[in-house]
Write a protein that binds this ligand. Structure first.
Ligand code: UDX
Length: 461
């Protein structure tokens, strides 16, 4: 089957390369000529483990090509995935102008039957709008179109693995034909019949659930999933604050909570909060959708508010330790919003750094992948060659992204190079015992080693 994927961003590129790997012929389109140039030179425009190799192999096999003209792809492909960006507007609402522009261009050139699939994260009822759009603007009387929704659940840093081994594939359709085409496209993934490009000895071979529903429900599933995960994170962060205040250990609390199958163990890691290109934006967009529909979405507003207050929490802990921040040298380990990505969009680390700079701190930072992107966002700090350089001469060291490499450092060397060996572990990635052994003052999240609050008075009976 010939498939066009519009948008060579994170979702589009993984989708295009993944589909090509499973045997489809894919034309990936982006109107950013620079991006197309990079892709045609054999590189990829962002860091994602395993993706460069996947793109290279499928280009060589002539199953994957990159072009800039949507009209050329639409002429050859019956199936078109829309994977363009839907960034947030000031109001929190998703900006759908890129989606509309793609639809307009498809309307202007398409002939015959097409299946147009929205994969970008969009608010519920966008599919309806697309259907209406094609009915109004389709310029050829021979143009027939089905619209479908097929939300993506790829996580940055493990997007390639997630493409091949998803928990489920969700499609929102309104015709048998659309459902059949989508099932055919995903058959190798649903049946797990491909040669796994991720694992040498692939043990993840159980059949993938295929959820077929209406378009509105499919769109909503994406927003609801991300909002639920964000809610788990804010919940455990709230519990972490309580643990710290009363002298309990959030690690143990989370572990036991997660053993209840109804709750589940994942997304209960406390820390400096969630970031990235999805959770903050999707949460805001979903709140807008809910409130516009007249529903009470204050629960999700609170999830967002708790997350924003994580930054206040970090800064106040640091200020409490350093007393006067102005002029003090602070080291930062980790800039990306999470490990295994170079993405710094809504990264808590950058928010913390901006606040420290505003307080007059001298900041020096290191990240294994995200330094280039961070430089464009936060120019006023020193970017270091490695983790040791980021600790050198510092009076506090903040670990804000849990990269593996930080777990394998020579701690004696780090300690010796610091003016004051104070580590704030914003991801609970280190062991308190090991840090103490090496002579660090160690602060983490939610272990009530130093309960702040006195016991309440016993009730008078
Ligand atoms: C997310 C969804 O997981 C994915 O399904 C969707 O398609 C896109 O958005 P991603 O943004 O790549 O993926 O990252 P994810 O791994 O979900 O983490 C998001 C943020 O939450 C990160 O900042 C991470 O550090 C934070 N997080 C995650 C926590 O603070 N605690 C946790 O327990 C889990």
């Amino acid at each position: 089957m010939n498939i066009a994927v519009i948008g060579a961003g994170y979702v589009g590129l993984i989708t295009a390369a993944g589909l090509a790997e499973t045997g489809q012929r894919v034309i990936c389109v982006d109107d950013d000529l620079r991006k197309i140039e990079i892709l045609n030179s054999g590189a990829i425009p962002f860091y994602e483990p395993g993706l460069e190799e996947l793109v290279r192999r499928n280009r060589q096999a002539k199953r994957l090509e990159f072009i800039s003209k949507l009209e050329d792809a639409a002429a050859e492909c019956q199936v078109i995935f829309i994977c363009v960006g839907t960034p947030p507007q000031e109001s929190g609402e998703a900006d759908l102008s890129s989606v509309e522009l793609v639809a307009r261009r498809i309307s202007g050139c398409a002939r015959g039957y097409h299946l147009v699939i929205e994969k970008s994260t969009v608010p519920v009822q966008t599919g309806r709008r697309l259907q209406k759009h094609f009915a109004i603007y389709g310029s050829s009387s021979q143009f027939q179109c089905d619209v479908a929704s097929n939300p993506e659940f790829l996580r940055e840093g493990s997007g390639v693995e997630d493409f091949f081994h998803p928990d489920r594939i969700v499609v929102g359709v309104e015709s048998e034909k659309a459902a059949t085409l989508l099932k055919e496209i995903y058959q190798p993934v649903l049946e797990q019949t491909f040669a796994c490009p991720v694992h040498d000895d692939c043990g993840k071979r159980s059949r993938v659930p295929f959820v077929v529903t209406d378009i509105n429900s499919a769109e909503l599933i994406k927003h609801a999933s991300n909002s639920f995960l964000a809610m788990k994170i804010s919940f455990i962060n709230m519990i972490a604050d309580l643990c710290e205040a009363v002298g309990a250990n959030v690690g143990k609390v989370a572990e036991a909570l997660g053993m209840d199958e109804r709750i589940g163990a994942s997304f209960l890691r406390p820390g400096v909060g969630f970031g990235g290109s999805c959770f903050p934006k999707d949460l805001q967009a979903f709140v807008r959708v809910g409130e516009d529909a007249g529903c009470d979405f204050s629960l999700l507003r609170e999830v967002e508010r708790i997350n924003q207050r994580r930054i206040d929490m970090v800064v106040s802990k640091i200020k409490n330790e350093l007393w006067v921040v102005r002029g003090k040298r602070v080291g930062v380990w980790g800039l990306a919003f999470k490990p295994r990505t170079d993405d710094v969009r809504s990264a808590p680390a950058l928010a913390v750094i901006r606040r420290l700079l505003a307080e007059g701190a001298v900041v020096q930072a290191y990240d294994p992948q995200a330094m280039e992107k961070a430089k464009a966002e936060v120019p006023g700090i020193e970017y270091c060659a490695d983790a040791y350089a980021a600790a050198q001469g510092a009076e506090a060291l903040l670990a804000l992204t849990e990269w593996d490499e930080f777990l394998h450092l020579d701690l004696a060397r780090v300690r010796q190079s610091m003016v004051r060996p104070l580590i704030f572990d914003g991801r609970n990635m280190f062991s308190r015992a090991i840090m103490s052994e090496h002579g660090f003052e160690y602060l983490d999240i939610g272990s009530g080693g130093s309960a702040r609050k006195p016991l309440p008075d016993a009730k008078q009976g």
